[in-house]
Design a protein around this ligand. Sequence first.
Ligand code: NDP
Length: 253
Amino acid sequence: MKPIALVTGGNRGIGRGIVLALARRGFDIAIADVVEADDTRRTRDEAEAHGARTTFVCADIADLSQHARIIDSAEALGGHVDVLVNNAGISVAQRGDVLDVSVESFDRVLDVNLRGTFFLTQAVARRMLETPSPNARSIITISSINAIIASPDRAEYCLAKTALSMMVKIFALRLGEAGIPVYEIRPGVIHTDMTAKAKEKYDRMIDEGLSPIRRWGEPDDIGRSVAALACAELPFVTGDALHVDGGLHIHKL
Ligand code: NDP
């Protein structure tokens, strides 16, 4: 029986990179995403071509009443969730001054990126504790370089991502004894629809040396890092963050 990974926001972007990397490493995969689109079929077809069985559930992770359906969709693969990848996330609808952040934007960004992610993690963690598995298990959360670097034009996004770092530590403390490591991945600037609007700005910054590795990150860079963690290649690590950012996080003088 293959291990089962549940990937939120797995249709496209980084989530798709994660789904494909896990498929290549022998996982069956449940994708949960807020829409079912051409991208869904494309990602599932490609994962299945690597030998994975896949399921899809259309669900908004911010809606806590849908979390049971999300977990059921993974269990339809014939086992329990071995690896949860909290990838789904949104940026702000409009970048702007912290003095202008609206309550609506603050609530939506926090609802998806933090509240929904926290309670889905809680639900999956409870299920993991109830149901022992012979497979290596883990919970991996995609935060952001914005967990540690402030972008003042995206205050609510930075706040949510910073809080995820603490969420990872707290679940790591709770689940360590059960042999379930909990990890955070902090991507830098990754080539997806989320960053498309700011492409020219990031092209320029990368050319000027934003990160010591002078290129955009690709979804596959994140996917391969998730796969290494999911395959228990860092067995004595938990509660820690892996920067997958070409070195962007290094302070310079
Ligand atoms: P994209 O916007 O390209 O893709 C996000 C995916 O998540 C989409 O498939 C989207 O669905 C889905 N999604 C959005 N909201 C929800 C929701 N409420 N419930 C379920 N699924 C949802 O983003 P990225 O791939 O760039 O980002 C993925 C993660 O990585 C996010 O958490 C982001 O914050 C983080 N990240 C990204 C960076 C980057 O440079 N791109 C850098 C650092 C972190 P739909 O297709 O309907 O929109």
